[in-house]
Design a protein around this ligand. Structure first.
Ligand code: C2E
Ligand code: MG
Ligand code: MG
Ligand code: MG
Length: 283
């Protein structure tokens, strides 16, 4: 009916915008409640080291099951950011991650590090200790070197120097920093010289085209060479096939993450997966 007349067209869009903003407010209220109740979960996706063929890391990925359905983080993280819920969400994910590390240690798994994702909105404002990630890690009794933070390159822009300062504090304490979705941003690469990143995560969009697209192969090979020259490790995201794995191994990629090895796992499935893991099983 949108096409019926000029008047109706504008009314149609107004209704649609109204619905969208109602849905956003609905999500905001439901998310506030979920955070208060600690109803969010964290799943963990294994990351395989191609040099020793062991799982050395996992990525923590937040999950929200609302009225029986999972809502994607791509949908609710922006809502958390817009309504000042991002800090609480970030703290919850970090606390759960530390507790998960405790559980792995108690089950005598090989010691791994777990990476949590961080957006600008989650960064603590200086001098508020309850917001300080290092304080949270310490309170949970975890060594800082077991925790990694995944950031995107926009955080490293010159105007965000307070965030880079905080990242330096985290690094001094032993945490590692990974640059997420590498290759999808539009800023200059100069920040790579000014901040010591530990790992580059090669974005899934390059990995998924690796077998069909010569240019994707060239790009990935160049990213790996650059990372090596700068003393960083590479983690390939979204590896789904054996062919992608083999190409990445030939190109000298250090770590593999993706559905080929495992989807993100709920906390009660992680110990079993880690203890049963055998690289040769996947060949
Ligand atoms: P990301 O950090 O790049 O995380 C990787 C995403 O790729 C995850 O989606 C993961 O489930 C998915 N993935 C992993 N392997 C494969 C694969 O082989 N194939 C495909 N098709 N997908 C794969 P997810 O969990 O839906 O998260 C989406 C994004 O939401 C994340 O992208 C991250 O930016 C954000 N996010 C997730 N959890 C958190 C969190 O706790 N805090 C913050 N700030 N952001 C989060
Ligand atoms: Mg990530
Ligand atoms: Mg990523
Ligand atoms: Mg990505």
């Amino acid at each position: 009916h949108a096409k019926a007349s000029g008047k109706n067209t504008s009314q149609f869009f107004t209704e649609e915008m109204q619905q969208r903003s109602n849905y956003k407010m609905y999500l905001k209220n439901a998310l506030t409640k979920a955070l208060q109740e600690g109803a969010l979960e964290v799943y963990y996706q294994p990351i395989v080291d191609l040099h020793n063929r062991q799982i050395e890391k996992c990525e923590a990925l937040v999950r929200w099951q609302h009225e029986g359905k999972f809502i994607s983080p791509m949908e609710f993280i922006p809502v958390a950011e817009e309504f000042q819920l991002a800090k609480d969400l970030g703290q919850l994910v970090l606390e759960k991650t530390c507790r998960q590390l405790q559980a792995l240690d108690n089950a005598q798994c090989r010691p791994i590090t777990i990476a949590v994702n961080r957006s600008v909105a989650e960064f603590p404002k200086a001098k508020r200790s309850h917001e300080d990630w290092l304080e949270i890690i310490r309170e949970q009794g975890i060594n800082a070197d077991r925790i990694s933070f995944e950031i995107t390159e926009s955080i490293l822009a010159p105007e965000n120097s307070e965030f880079t300062d905080y990242l330096s504090t985290l690094k001094k304490a032993g945490c590692t920093i990974s640059l997420d979705d590498f290759g999808t941003g539009y800023s200059s690469l100069s920040y790579l010289r000014t901040f010591p990143i530990d790992n580059l995560k090669i974005d899934r969009s390059f990995v998924s085209d690796l077998e069909e697209d010569e240019e994707a192969l060239t790009l990935v090979s160049t990213i790996i060479a650059m990372a090596k020259a700068l003393g960083m490790k590479t983690i390939a995201e979204g590896v789904e096939t054996r062919g992608q794995l083999q190409l990445l191994e030939e190109l000298g990629c250090d770590y593999i993450q993706g559905f080929f090895f495992s989807r993100p796992l709920p906390e009660d499935k992680l110990v079993d997966y880690l203890q049963a893991f055998d690289y040769d099983f996947y060949l």
